[in-house]
Structures are given as structure tokens and as C-alpha cells.
Design a protein around this ligand. Structure first.
Ligand code: AMP
Length: 284
């Protein structure tokens, strides 16, 4: 089990650049060549294979690649049993059910007997079948949101991030079938290959680190209890005495999303010299 593995990566579209950035941050050394279908990774027994995002689940299932990066929605549309090795935290969107604003449905269950246009026909068919809601699925490759206007369908199931495209087309969201993001997928038993575990660990470490920041601050010893109470750290924060009597330094890891409200509270509690640093990789 020491042959080189292949990782299928989106060759274009919105998942390509964030995928390459993630692999670089995870420590993979590769040089992109214009239009190359396959690129070797110098420091890992791995080749990157550049293919369409929506072909990647099939490529991995068929054995053209052992690993792949694609959207969870596309994995669901493929319908196979490929394991998700890591959620990658980018390419976030949801597969939403929407109807023309003037129509009555308030939830997906109200779509009984309707025609539903979608670029995810297998996933949609399965979702409604599983709930015994009879609908007619109209498969489309793109421009799903105009299908009701063209009289092709009564409702749509389409990917949305903000929902503005649907609103512009006079559609109202009435439910979500899948919350999607980019994922690293594999195929068993190749997921047992010695290259896979360190790769998955490094990828997860980058994804985890992106959501966190390293926080350092100085504070009077008397303020430690209040400040530590404000910081929901990775574990107990590190508190070390400073050369100046009565002062300590506090180090911790905090959620990046919480910083905007945490910083003024730390300052108001006596924190000084507050530093916030990015973390490259983190294994909690
Ligand atoms: P692409 O069509 O190659 O740009 O990539 C499409 C994939 O990007 C989808 O299958 C989703 O997994 C993901 N994605 C993330 N946000 C959106 C969005 N707002 N619209 C469509 N796809 C999205």
C-alpha cells in the first residue's frame, strides 16, 4: 500500500481556488502548470487531478482517484456511500426549495403534485420519496431559477447562499433540503492508506485553525478571574507572571467570530497590550 494516491480537485468554478489554498496551507508542495490535468505533490506520495467539481464523486467512486474535494450537495446527488473525511468550511450554501412568491406553499411538504425543477434531480427525487411526497422532478443543467417563469415547473430546488438570485426571480424560499459546504471525500478501503491519515489530519488542522485566533494580553493580577471568565478558551488559559510585580500575561485560543464583542470587554476589565494572532494549524 505505498503507491501514489490521486486527489481529484475542482479544475474551475468557485471551489477551485479555496481548495488549492487549503492544500497549500496544509503543507502540500506543488506547482501549478497552465492547463495540466495532473500535478505531482513534491513532498507527499500524491498527485492532484484537475476535473469538474460535479464529476469528482463519480471519479472517486470509480477508482480514477482515491480522494476528492467537492460539494456536499454534489456528493448527495451522486448518491453513493463515499465517506466524508473532512468538512472544509468553504463553499457554504444550501439546497433550498422555492416557489413563486404568489403561490401558497409554506413548506416543502406542501409541494404535493407539483413539478420541481432542479440541477440535483437524484437528490431531490430521493428527498421527496423518503417523505412520501409525490412531486415530478424536472432535471435542468442550469438557470433553474427561471423555470417557473418559463412555465417549465411550479417550484425549484436550487443552491443559494444569500437568496438574492431567487428573490430577483420572484421566488420565495420555503425550506432547505441540504446545508452544503466543500468536503474531502475518499473511498474505502483506500482511506486506510498511510498517506491518508496525515493528509486528513493536516487538512482538519487548517480548517479548525481558521475559525480560531491566538489571544495574548497583559492584565493586573486582580483582574485575572474576571478576564478568564470572559474567555471560553480551548482549555484553561495560560496565566504567567510578568516582570512587573502584580501583572500577568494571559494566553488563550478563542473563536474568531466572538472576538468583536470580546475585545472591548477584555479592555474594560483591565486587559492591556491585547494581541490577536492567526493560527496556521490546530489540533484541539
Ligand atoms: P461551480 O459550479 O463549479 O462554481 O461550483 C458549484 C459548487 O459550489 C456547488 O455544487 C456547491 O457545492 C458550491 N457553492 C457554494 N455556494 C454556491 C452558490 N451560491 N451557488 C452555487 N454553488 C455554490
Amino acid at each position: 500500500m505505498s503507491e501514489r494516491l490521486t486527489l481529484a480537485v475542482p479544475n474551475k468554478g468557485r471551489l477551485r481556488e479555496p481548495s488549492l489554498e487549503l492544500l497549500t496551507e496544509a503543507g502540500l508542495a506543488f506547482e501549478l502548470t497552465e492547463r495540466a490535468l495532473s500535478v505531482p505533490v513534491g513532498n507527499v506520495e500524491l498527485d492532484l487531478l484537475f476535473v469538474r467539481t460535479d464529476d469528482i464523486p463519480e471519479m472517486v467512486a470509480d477508482g480514477a482517484a482515491e480522494l476528492g474535494i467537492t460539494g456536499l450537495d454534489l456528493l448527495g446527488e451522486h448518491g453513493g456511500e463515499l465517506p466524508v473525511l473532512a468538512e472544509l468550511g468553504f463553499g457554504r450554501c444550501r439546497l433550498a426549495v422555492a416557489v413563486p412568491a404568489e403561490l401558497a406553499p409554506e413548506k416543502p411538504e406542501d409541494l404535493v403534485g407539483m413539478r420541481v425543477a432542479t440541477a440535483h434531480p437524484r437528490l431531490v427525487e430521493r428527498w421527496f420519496d423518503d417523505r412520501a411526497i409525490p412531486v415530478t422532478v424536472i432535471p435542468l443543467r442550469g438557470s433553474v431559477e427561471v423555470a417557473p417563469k418559463l412555465g417549465l415547473a411550479d417550484a425549484v430546488v436550487d443552491l443559494v447562499s444569500s437568496g438574492s438570485t431567487l428573490r430577483v426571480n420572484g421566488l420565495r424560499v420555503v425550506g432547505t433540503l441540504v446545508e452544503s459546504q466543500a468536503v474531502l471525500i475518499g473511498r474505502s478501503p483506500q482511506t486506510e492508506h498511510p498517506t491518508v491519515t496525515p493528509l486528513v489530519t493536516a487538512v482538519r488542522a487548517v480548517v479548525a485553525a481558521r475559525r480560531q485566533r491566538y489571544l495574548l494580553l497583559n492584565a493586573p493580577a486582580g483582574a485575572v478571574e474576571t478576564i478568564v471568565g470572559l474567555i471560553p478558551g480551548l482549555e484553561a488559559p495560560t496565566v504567567v507572571p510578568l516582570a512587573e510585580p502584580g501583572w500577568v500575561a494571559i494566553h488563550s485560543v478563542v473563536e474568531a467570530d466572538h472576538l468583536w464583542e470580546l475585545l472591548p470587554r477584555l479592555e474594560a476589565s483591565g486587559g492591556r497590550g491585547i494581541l490577536v494572532l492567526r493560527i496556521e494549524q490546530m489540533i484541539p
